[in-house]
Design a protein around this ligand. Structure first.
Ligand code: SF4
Length: 351
């Protein structure tokens, strides 16, 4: 399914410590006009996209949200998702309007199950309580059949939660959540160069594996991890292709194009996976001889700036050279091949 995300502007009621939006100055905090969003929806519909998401900024504060969501539904998009911090969904009437307009899926950003941590990450006291109320409303809406494509929680793995991922999943499972995504933090804003906020990847992977065991034994949730280089997973994990495909998020994600308005006027359009792998992540010397090079995006460049590159190891031997060559053959586009390629290489990493 072809997916497009439209950024509706950099206005947000949070000031998350690692969010690029938090770096935007007051002049840059403005909404994209409804006319420009509508033009992007029309363009996406004409180009054959079926899934459309809105991100930002905080969509639940966008004054034209209901109108553009309704238009997307009328244009035939079958999956309409909102990426939100969830705070405003504490108000049932806000959620009801968005559902009535046509939203089929919510992805709520929440980064801890502890109020003090979440409020600190959000830069807003009371944010956690509002988010919980919003999540409870969403769980009820999904149970009533109003969210065809479900509810997921999007969580960053950061320096204040990396050793409590299992407890976090247990907490939200008990509240009715069955789908969680954990992305390793991209070290931006206050997290750039910050060893308190950016944990080491091997530590995070150890805790991710603890959660995976708990998930198989008890939780039985849809859980995926993103932005963790393939070689950080143990060989025994990678040897099980079904496990890798189930838990490595990049093997399951929709390929997503993004439209954003840098100056709120001119659309900047890009493929998120390609941009991530070519401009935000590092290609290391060891990656050149790695069998996973075609599908692995590598670590965040700013992670390597903090912790160095000693943790990364080429996966495989002879197959690695083939993988690196394949990556180069893709006109310099490293990592993040097609879903089919990602599945193949996952199988190729069998010990
Ligand atoms: S491409 Fe680089 S970062 Fe990715 S698995 Fe291979 S060595 Fe590790």
């Amino acid at each position: 399914m072809r997916n497009i995300e439209i950024n509706i502007g950099m206005v947000c009621n949070n000031r998350c410590v690692f969010c690029v939006n938090s770096q935007v100055n007051a002049a840059g905090r403005r909404w994209v006009s409804k006319e420009r969003v509508v033009a992007e929806i029309d363009r996406a519909a004409a180009r054959g996209y079926h899934a459309l998401g809105f991100l930002g900024g905080e969509i639940t504060y966008y004054p034209r949200a209901v109108e553009v969501i309704r238009l997307a539904r009328e244009k035939g998009f079958t999956r309409i998702s909102l990426c939100t911090n969830g705070r405003r969904l504490a108000r049932q009437e806000v959620l009801d309007k968005l559902l009535e307009a046509g939203v089929t899926r919510f992805a709520v950003s929440i980064h801890s199950h502890e109020a003090a941590v979440e409020d600190r990450i959000n830069g807003r006291k009371g944010a956690f309580a509002e988010k919980l109320a919003g999540i409870d409303n969403l769980v009820r809406a999904a149970a009533a059949g109003h969210l065809r494509d479900g509810v997921s929680l999007n969580s960053c793995i950061h320096g204040l939660n990396w050793n409590r991922l299992t407890e976090m999943a247990r907490f939200f499972r008990a509240r009715g959540i069955s789908d969680m995504r954990f992305n390793f933090l991209r070290p931006e804003h206050q997290a750039a160069g910050n060893r308190e906020l950016v944990p080491r990847l091997p530590d995070a992977v150890r805790e991710a594996l603890r959660l995976i065991v708990e998930n198989h034994r008890h939780l039985r949730m849809t859980i995926t991890f993103g932005d963790i280089p393939v070689c950080l997973w143990p060989p025994s994990f990678l040897a099980n292709a079904a496990f890798a495909r189930r838990y490595i998020g990049e093997f399951r994600d929709l390929d997503t194009d993004v439209s954003e308005f840098r100056d709120a006027v001119v659309p900047h359009r890009f493929n998120w996976r390609r941009t991530r792998s070519t401009t935000l992540k590092a290609r290391l010397p060891v990656c050149e001889a790695c069998a996973a090079a075609r599908i692995c995006e590598g670590p965040w460049t700013k992670y390597v700036a903090i912790w160095g590159a000693d943790e990364f190891r080429a996966v495989g031997g002879v197959k690695g050279a083939e993988g690196a060559k394949g990556a180069k053959d893709r006109k310099g586009r490293k990592g993040g091949g097609t879903a089919r390629e990602r599945g193949k290489v996952a199988r190729g990493t069998r010990a």
